[in-house]
Design a protein around this ligand. Structure first.
Ligand code: FUB
Length: 321
């Protein structure tokens, strides 16, 4: 039995989103490739052009089936460049893929593509979701007919360009002692194609009940939102970006606030860290990526999985790979 597994050995895949549909586990990653674009803080070197879907019925030891290309930049009417982290949700016989992409003005928005099957192919809508911005959509199916999207990412993800869901004249970062720029949460419309409301901030509180500050670099949100439920609580997990940690916070409802709990994963090889947490056949798993197989090329990432454990009181045990 292996404890850690690289999932796709013959290609570079990153930013996993993971769900169980029809008793099978599906993985929706970004598809890295060698574009030759130099590395910079804007993330231009992440110039991804399509998505594959993978599935399995045995996470640690079984075949990881590649369902091939399911959506590509050329098929998206509003496309400029850069297909980053996506996610997929199921409702009423249809599968909805949510993806961030820069438009022709180099501004990130979030689009939707639809399929009858979890493995795609996915057909994109003609325009991005109205009012959407930034990157890294992650969908929570709350099990009561409501679906929530968490989204946002700093620096190349452009979240610093927005306040109160309006674009700023000039991107700004708060001072170190001010509240950190938060991820956003928004309920989806009944047809899954629009926002049902204005996005709201995902506030993460420290142990004294105060929002984490912008200068709290090893705990505050940067990108890669993910939410899962465990024992009736909502676990919001995320990357701290330039401090390269995966952390989590716990709340009582999809909107939060969430109280900071700790580190899930220490820095990996490569600049980015990004993950998904899912239960399958009675076990919990952390899906993520690193750049070991590409010898540290931060734009060529490889998908990994390991088991995730909780303490008796519902804390996530820090993963030691
Ligand atoms: O893959 C491009 C970006 O890198 C993702 O959107 C971020 O979360 C980071 O992993």
């Amino acid at each position: 039995m292996k404890n850690v597994r690289y999932l796709v050995e013959n290609d570079y895949m990153a930013d996993p989103a993971v769900h169980v549909f029809n008793d099978r586990l599906y993985i929706y990653p970004s598809h890295d490739w060698e574009s030759g674009i130099p590395e910079n803080d804007n993330g231009d070197h992440f110039d991804m052009r399509d998505y594959h879907v993978f599935s399995t019925d045995d996470v640690m030891n079984g075949e990881i089936k590649d369902h091939g290309v399911v959506l590509k930049v050329e098929d998206i009417p509003w496309a400029g460049r850069q297909l980053w982290d996506c996610d997929v949700a199921y409702k009423d016989g249809k599968y909805y893929m949510y993806f961030p992409l820069k438009d022709k003005n180099d501004v990130f928005h979030i689009g939707v593509a639809v399929s009858d099957r979890p493995e795609g192919p996915f057909i994109p809508q003609s325009d991005p979701i109205k009012g959407s911005y930034s990157i890294d959509p992650a969908i929570l199916d709350d099990g009561d007919g409501n679906y929530y999207m968490y989204f946002g990412g700093l620096w190349g993800g452009q979240l610093q360009r927005y306040r109160d869901n309006k674009a700023l004249e000039c991107a700004t970062f708060p001072a170190d002692n001010e509240s950190a720029i938060p991820s956003r949460v928004v309920k989806l419309s009944k047809d899954m194609l629009e926002f049902a409301e204005e996005p709201k901030p995902v506030v993460i509180l420290d142990e004294t009940g105060k929002p984490l500050t912008a200068g709290d670099n090893s705990r505050r949100f940067f990108e890669a939102s993910w939410v899962h439920k465990y024992n009736g609580k909502y676990y919001f997990s995320y990357s701290t970006g330039d401090t390269h940690l995966l952390c989590y916070a716990i709340g009582d409802n999809p909107y939060g606030p969430f109280v900071y709990q700790g580190v899930i994963l220490q820095p990996v090889v490569g600049w980015t860290t990004h993950h998904a947490i899912a239960e399958y056949k009675g076990k919990w798993y952390l899906f993520h990526h690193d750049c070991v197989p590409s010898n540290g090329k931060t734009w060529l990432r490889s998908l990994k999985v390991c088991e995730l454990e909780y303490t008796q009181d519902g804390k996530i045990k820090t993963v030691n790979e």
